[in-house]
Design a protein around this ligand. Structure first.
Ligand code: SF4
Length: 424
């Protein structure tokens, strides 16, 4: 049996600032709905947020709302309402929980922020299918409901090397969005504002990358579970100064932890990589179990997905196109495997947890043998945890707990054998 420690999750002080920021974000959107200005654009997580901000829209991200529905476990009650109007329980549970909540007239925003009664009604919905087709269907439902335009980018998938052909194709589609957006705002696109939004987005991305890289230190000052919380400004505020200011507060706090040897997980013994979506409704339980096992989940593909190193204000459309196509989820398996290999080295990873999210095959990478190929090539052990991002009917607490415990025991045994084989 693996050693158990008394678990206590160490709070990151910057969380107070983040809570204020997030409240400001949602109240600003709510005010815009009530006052009819500024216009509101819905955007998929790696849709053209920079373009929308440059054109004066407030930007709302329904996937963030999906994550809130999952984290509050409200999703379990709202998904059936979407199933009842024809959406399969097997498709994206962000989509089903979000549409189901709307049908039921509910939102976790009302519980979190007094006075907010609904998600913000859009003036336009802008998608990018770089992650999946579900987002297009999702936006189409709301576009039809409110008679609002739904426009977007149809992306490449399974991309190996990102070439100029890919970049030109996506940049062309991004430029083609502009006339519709101009007709909604009544103003012409100002290229200087677009360059500025891209510059701010890149700066936010660089800071977020630096935050995540602090976990390369031993012991790691933050875990994957911390990052799922602190990523919020990078997700919903990229392209704004507020997000940059936030990471300029968080990063020094983490650097201080590194300098002082403060561990997110006391007595850190094993270091893991989380591949796939979070289980939003079980973040605390999982974080606590890993703490008890002296195991830090130090890196993840998910949190890294908001790192956009290709953004370049000198070439706003082309660099947005490149950044949106370089995204992990868009890439081929050989690229993904090379990427994970690099993460294993950078973060000194002992093992990988693949989360097989039932309703998101798009962001589940163990369905076509990747876990076995990585094990064969690198000798890194892994487990597959069946579950889901938001639909807890697909997740067994007991099974996950037992699997994780057995996996850490296996890693501990391996470490002991290695220690004994190493001459003093
Ligand atoms: S990537 Fe997965 S979780 Fe995200 S919107 Fe698509 S299906 Fe849903």
């Amino acid at each position: 049996m693996a050693d158990r420690k008394e678990a206590s999750i160490k709070k990151i002080a910057a969380i107070k600032t983040m809570r204020k920021l997030m409240a400001g974000h949602f109240y600003e959107l709510d005010r815009a709905v009530k006052e009819g200005y500024p216009k509101i654009a819905w955007c998929t997580s790696v849709g053209p947020a920079e373009l929308l901000r440059a054109m004066g829209f407030l930007v709302y991200f329904p996937e963030n709302h999906g994550a809130m529905l999952g984290a509050t476990r409200m999703a379990t009650e709202t998904i059936p309402a979407a199933n009842a109007i024809g959406y399969s329980p097997d498709i994206c549970s962000y989509l089903t929980s979000d549409i189901g909540a709307f049908v039921q007239g509910r939102t976790p925003l009302s519980d979190a922020y007094e006075g907010i009664e609904s998600i913000p009604k859009p003036d336009v919905l802008v998608y990018n299918t770089n992650q999946c087709r579900d987002v297009q269907d999702w936006f189409a439902w709301y576009g039809h409901h409110w008679s609002r335009p739904v426009i977007g980018v149809e992306s490449y998938r399974n991309v190996g090397e990102v070439t100029d052909v890919h970049v030109a194709g996506i940049a062309g589609q991004l430029k083609a969005l502009v006339p519709t957006l101009e007709s909604i705002t009544g103003e012409k696109l100002d290229m200087d504002r677009l360059r500025e939004a891209v510059r701010l987005s890149r700066e936010c991305s660089d800071l977020w990358k630096a935050v995540l890289e602090t976990a390369a230190a031993k012991p790691a000052p933050l875990t994957f579970f911390d990052s799922t919380i602190h990523m919020a400004p990078a997700v919903v505020m990229r392209g704004t100064q507020a997000a940059i200011d936030y990471y300029n507060e968080l990063l020094p706090e983490l650097n201080t932890r590194v300098a002082e040897g403060v561990a997110a997980v006391e007595g850190e013994r094993q270091r893991l990589y989380w591949e796939g979506m979070p289980v939003w409704g079980r973040l605390r339980d999982l974080a606590t179990q890993f703490l008890e096992l002296g195991t830090a989940v130090v890196a993840s593909t998910y949190a890294n997905s908001w790192i956009f190193t290709a953004l370049d204000e000198q070439e706003p459309f082309e660099s947005m196109a490149r950044a949106y196509t370089e995204l992990f989820i868009v890439r081929s398996d050989p690229y993904k495997e090379a990427y994970i290999e690099e993460m294993i080295d950078t973060f000194s990873v002992d093992g990988i947890i693949f989360h097989e999210a039932k309703t998101c095959p798009n962001n589940t990478n163990c369905l076509h043998g990747m876990h076995l190929r990585l094990h064969e090539r690198l000798g890194v052990p892994s487990i597959i945890i069946p579950g889901d991002l938001s639909d807890l009917r697909c997740y067994s607490d007991e099974q996950a707990r037992t699997q994780i415990e057995a996996f850490v025991e296996q890693l501990d045994g391996q470490s002991r054998r290695q220690a004994m084989a190493t001459p003093a």
